[in-house]
Design a protein. Structure first.
Length: 340
């Protein structure tokens, strides 16, 4: 069996690493055969299965073995390019009316032969800035859901939910990872984060209740690992509440995801700013994105969705503080290739 992952070492460009349990006379020799390099040089190393493979060890192994042009155990037909031809992430949407003083749950399904890998939401109407609170934005089956409350007793609003759907690949599931249930003290704040230990982080979300106001909902790199990070405030000043973060992990393809940032803008006190992400590199796909404020905890995210330009993510951030604040937008760029 061959397992493929993506690594980078020193100045070497990220490249597929093949770990092969080699057989001779039906006996496993117990070697990892590792290929690594860039488009100019390709290096081959062999280490014992029981030995941990560090970046320093890979560099030393490459220096000893030298470059090689090919794997004698691998046919040319099995070499795969980093991106799957025809793969794309499409966005589908659904709108629901949010009556004055009411709540709503709205969802949108990904089409047949696609797999949900993330989502987002936006709202309009009601009483303007801060009139609607989205307290859940989450995966459910092959759909994306949003839950919202209208804080205006005089004006209706509309909530749009967006699903990011991966098509044209062998991906056959989105594996949901949950953070531990996180308690927010009365009137306080808390954070939750979760990643994909063995899979590809493509998106994420959060689940709370109508007292939860989310002011950070974004992919982040935490201690060298891609995580989905959520920060929230409990607007109930007399009772604690809970929330959880979600990470959406792609299953059925090989690959990796990279957190790309940032587009940093100043958001004036009491104001809103809409801005777009930087584009993902060539030969990668835009998965999902998210945003956060660098300081302040009374802020909200009014909209987070894919731009009409497929390679851009858009967010609208509301600053409810009395001073200007800085907002940042992060995106997940996916590099995928087929299973062997």
């Amino acid at each position: 069996m061959v397992v493929e992952v993506l690594v980078g070492a020193g100045f070497w460009a990220p490249r597929r690493v093949k770990q092969t349990a080699r057989r001779a006379n039906q006996n496993i020799l117990g070697k990892w055969r590792i290929y690594m390099g860039n488009r100019i040089n390709r290096y081959r190393c062999e280490v014992a299965l029981a030995v941990g493979v560090s970046i320093a060890g890979l560099n030393a192994c490459m220096a000893e073995m030298g470059p090689t042009d090919s794997d004698p155990d691998e046919s040319a037909a099995s070499v795969q390019e980093p991106i799957i031809a025809g793969a794309e992430v499409i966005q589908v949407t659904e709108r629901a009316k949010l009556w004055r003083g009411g709540t709503v749950a709205v969802f949108v399904n990904c089409p047949a032969n696609t797999q949900v890998v993330g989502g987002g939401y936006s709202w309009e109407g009601a009483g303007g800035v801060g009139s609607v609170r989205v307290y859940s934005s989450k995966i459910g089956g092959n759909s994306w859901w949003a839950n919202a409350i209208n804080l205006s007793n005089t004006q209706d609003a509309y909530v749009d939910v967006f699903a990011q759907c991966l098509k044209g690949t062998t991906a056959n599931a989105s594996i949901l990872q949950w953070s531990p249930e996180t308690t927010i003290p009365a009137g306080g704040t808390a954070t939750a984060q979760v990643g994909c230990p063995d899979n590809i982080l493509a998106g994420g979300g959060f689940v709370g209740n109508s007292a939860v106001q989310v002011y950070q909902n974004t992919p982040k790199v935490v201690n060298g690992t891609n995580m989905w990070f959520v920060a929230a405030r409990n607007l109930n000043s007399s009772q604690a509440t809970t929330f959880r973060a979600q990470a959406i992990c792609v299953w059925g393809v090989n690959g990796t995801s990279t957190v790309k940032n940032k587009r940093v803008l100043s958001v004036p006190a009491g104001g809103e700013v809409t801005f777009n992400s930087a584009t993902c590199p060539a030969e990668t796909l835009l998965g999902s994105g998210g945003s956060f404020f660098s300081n302040g905890t009374s802020n909200t995210i009014r909209a987070t969705l894919r731009n009409s330009t497929p390679s851009l993510w858009t967010t609208t951030m509301t600053n409810n503080d009395s001073a200007a604040n800085t907002g940042q937008l992060n995106t997940l760029c996916l590099e995928l290739w087929p299973l062997p």
